[in-house]
Design a protein around this ligand. Structure first.
Ligand SMILES: *Cc1c(COP(=O)(O)O)cnc(C)c1O
Length: 399
């Protein structure tokens, strides 16, 4: 047992600084005055698109204003119309159902398993209700993508992947975002690359790429993109696709390109932190560590565990006690959304039916960020604190 007096003093919201090389590139863009992507023939945004397409192995990449924008553009580009139903995860964050509602479509929520992935049995049961699945790899947990693809192929469901937490992850060696028709990524501060705000979208489909480029606000300057579909695809789309401006600018792209070059080592650094916390939490009575499937290459930029079937008041006690020792945990079971958390039933604009098995999982889901400013010693300390406080509350429940 370690001392109950140990306290963690770090900040769960503190990111690493932007790399010097990226700062230099950003200054050069500012000195040029050419911040708008079409103010240059082949500027930073176009270069980022080429490099991200190469990184993911996609034919096309498009840089946009946010991850939420990427999902909205993807939904429009694959043909989702107002009133259409779109399947999506019950366990996800607000921008996901928000992107669906943003195009006037209606989210149909699919349940979550104890592994925190989409419930494939529930997906199979609901597959006939929609033409599109907006699949959120929430908190970096990848479902069995082989079975998921079988279900979607059989039901003729197009997949848009929300890879906000899986940039750099893979399923049996296939990069996250490449199984679906479109993969969407966020480069908002809390994701795996930090531009403050921003998003990326990848696809191999000529028409989806052309429509997404036009949607993003390319005017008739689409030929200046980093990865350009054939002119015929633009001919089919250019007079029927609205301009819904959501471009990325050269400044953000300049900050991102050096980060993309070091993404792999960043992912390793996250995983070292993840494994340290995970190891420290193993075999804590009352606490369920999430089993990661063998096919999954994950990026542990956050960690989750379950306090399954705990009374809400006791979960609250754990959170309060951990917070008093400097460890900020988020609870996805809270009655009201707080900070970044939310529950499917808190999105009143998208009515849903109760999913008891999912509710049980969500009531027990605890989440914690692992910023790279934490050392491995920090992570071990955090795990000791959680272990001690979960243990103390668990014992009080026993007696
Ligand atoms: C952050 C996030 C997004 C996209 O967010 P933006 O803030 O719009 O870039 C999408 N899905 C999930 C699960 C996220 O956490």
């Amino acid at each position: 047992m370690s001392g109950a007096s140990e306290r963690f003093g770090g900040s769960f919201t503190q990111q690493e600084p932007i790399p010097e090389e990226a700062i230099e590139a950003a200054i050069a863009v500012m000195r040029s005055g050419r911040l708008h992507r079409y103010n240059t023939d082949d500027g930073e945004v176009a270069a980022l698109e080429r490099e991200f397409a190469a990184y993911t192995g996609a034919k096309y990449a498009l840089a946009v204003a946010s991850g939420g924008y990427a999902m909205g553009a993807a939904l429009r580009a694959v043909g989702v119309k107002p009133g259409d139903k779109v399947l999506t995860n019950a366990f996800t964050l607000a921008p996901v159902p928000g992107a669906i509602a943003g195009v006037g479509a209606v989210p149909i929520f699919v349940g979550v398993t104890e592994g925190l992935t989409i419930d494939l049995d529930d997906l199979e049961a609901k597959a006939g209700e929609a033409r599109v699945l907006l699949l959120s790899h929430m908190r970096g947990h990848l479902a069995d993508m082989d079975r998921l693809m079988q279900i979607c192929d059989a039901a003729d469901l197009a997949i848009i992947e929300d890879c906000a937490h899986t940039m750099g992850a893979a399923w049996r060696g296939r990069m996250s975002g490449r199984d679906g028709l479109v993969g969407c990524y966020s480069v908002q501060t809390y994701k795996h690359m930090n531009a403050g705000e921003g998003g990326l979208l990848v696809t191999d489909d000529d028409d989806v790429a052309a429509r997404a480029i036009l949607l993003s606000g390319s005017y008739m300057l689409y030929a200046r993109h980093g990865t350009v579909p054939p002119e015929a695809a633009f001919e089919r789309a250019k007079f029927v696709t609205p301009n819904v401006s959501g471009r990325m600018d050269n400044l953000r792209a300049a900050i991102l390109r050096p980060q993309l070059r070091r993404l792999e080592s960043q992912c390793e650094a996250w995983n070292a932190r993840y494994r340290t916390v995970e190891e420290g939490l193993q075999n804590t009575p009352g606490l369920t560590v999430i089993n990661r499937p063998v096919g999954e290459t994950y990026v542990g930029s956050s960690i989750q565990f379950l306090l399954l079937d705990w009374p809400g008041a006791k979960v609250g006690e754990v959170l309060t006690r951990c917070a008093a020792r400097g460890v900020q945990l988020k609870w996805f079971g809270g009655a009201e959304p707080e900070g970044f958390t939310s529950r499917y039933d808190s999105w009143h604009y998208a009515p849903s039916e109760r999913m008891p098995a999912s509710d049980r999982v969500l009531r027990g889901t605890i989440d914690m960020r692992l910023p790279l400013t934490f050392s491995l010693d920090d992570c071990a300390l955090i795990a000791r604190i959680i272990r001690a406080e979960v243990g103390a509350v668990w014992q009080s429940m026993d007696s």
